[in-house]
Design a protein around this ligand. Structure first.
Ligand SMILES: Cc1cc2nc3c(=O)[nH]c(=O)nc-3n(C[C@H](O)[C@H](O)[C@H](O)COP(=O)(O)O)c2cc1C
Length: 345
């Protein structure tokens, strides 16, 4: 009954949000949440009750409270950290943040393809910088309000840093964030920072990941891959993730391909949401086969139903993440997915 109320509220709110341009709607929601994240979390709990309890899921040394996580990009600067657990997430990822604060690409840079259930974005890592995120997270820790689920920082390369100095740029983010986060994700797969995806090639990838793993010390380091790598590049990248000591792989990021026949296909950037699912599903299978249990894999890309999440878990993913589904289905989605998953022991 209470879930029905939340779904009704979402049905009334969504048309207003969807009247705004996509980035403005996102900003409006984030500034509302960031003004009182715990209060909004409290209201959600009143409406839907506490999240389903899972036995803790161990992934690369992390203790996830549930198998569904928040993917990077929605809360880049950690504005609503204390809110997300109420939606039912078992872990959450802030970022991508970069060593230097940056504005990102000029707007418009986020597009909603409503009938297709997709987004195209070319945000370009707009963020307040790693130090600002670290400060915000430190304040939450100091106030004793750290969520009881893992909070990760997804880190990327600053635009002003040349590719050959990428490692130092990532390491500076690790240095400032390590005292306050539970894990790192190394993002080498965003399509919106020129040259970034070159870091997925075996040699630079090994150098980068080994350096980050060493600098992160006991904190788990995950790496996030693009769905646009061809088979041999992706297999190679998985091997490098294993040999460089990473604790997990997240796949996939958004795609530069356009697996659609309609919509705003003229816009450049990464596509996420429903049309990404067949591609990310296929790339995940290759990753799972290549990894063969040697490293945990977290599945992402177009997940919108419990059946999709379950399919990935059954295929061998340790957990899943999502972003775009939440934009279209609203705040009840994670509870709905959690409730639809098979019972765990
Ligand atoms: C607007 C937007 C911004 C994103 N920003 C980031 C980011 O900063 N870093 C990152 O690793 N992934 C980013 N992503 C990718 C998501 O984390 C996710 O991997 C991808 O969207 C596929 O999942 P989904 O279909 O559930 O959204 C972004 C996605 C969207 C839609």
């Amino acid at each position: 009954m209470r879930r029905i109320l939340l779904s009704l509220m979402w049905r009334l709110t969504r048309p207003f949000l969807f009247m705004l341009n996509a980035e403005r709607a996102h900003r409006l929601v984030m500034s509302t949440l960031s003004a009182a994240p715990r209060l909004h979390g409290f209201f959600i709990r009143i409406l839907v009750g506490p999240p389903r309890r899972f036995s803790p899921i161990m992934v690369g040394g992390l203790r996830l409270a549930g198998p569904v996580g928040l993917a990077a990009g929605l809360d880049k600067d950690g504005e609503a950290v204390s809110f997300w657990p109420a939606l039912g997430f078992g872990f959450i990822e802030m970022g991508t943040v970069t060593c230097h604060a940056q504005e990102g690409n000029p707007g418009p840079r986020l597009f909603r393809l409503k009938p297709e259930g997709a987004l195209i974005n070319r945000m370009g890592f707009n963020n307040e910088g790693a130090a600002a995120l670290a400060e915000r997270l430190a304040a939450i820790r100091a106030a004793g309000r750290w969520p009881n689920i893992p909070v990760g920082a997804n880190i990327g390369k600053s635009k002003i840093t040349p590719l050959e100095n990428a490692i130092d740029d990532y390491l500076e983010s690790v240095r400032v964030l390590a005292p306050v986060v539970d894990y790192f994700t190394v993002n080498v797969s965003s399509p919106n920072t020129p040259g970034l995806r070159k870091l997925q090639e075996a040699e630079p990838l090994h150098a980068l990941l080994s350096a980050v793993v060493a600098a992160a010390k006991e904190l788990p380091v995950l790496v996030k891959f693009s769905p646009d790598l061809d088979d041999s590049a992706l297999s190679g990248a998985v091997k490098v993730a294993i040999t460089s000591g990473c604790s997990g792989i997240i796949a996939t990021n958004t795609t530069c391909s356009r697996p659609l026949t309609t919509g705003r296909l003229d816009e450049t950037g990464g596509m996420s949401g429903a049309p990404l699912w067949p591609l990310s599903r296929a790339r995940l299978q290759l990753i799972l086969d290549e990894a063969n249990g040697a490293i945990p894999v977290i599945g992402a890309g177009g997940i919108r139903t419990a059946a999709q999440a379950q399919e990935l878990l059954d295929a061998g993913c340790a957990a899943v993440q999502l972003y775009t589904g939440l934009i279209f289905e609203g705040p009840g989605l994670i509870h709905q997915i959690n409730d639809g998953l098979k019972p765990t022991e």
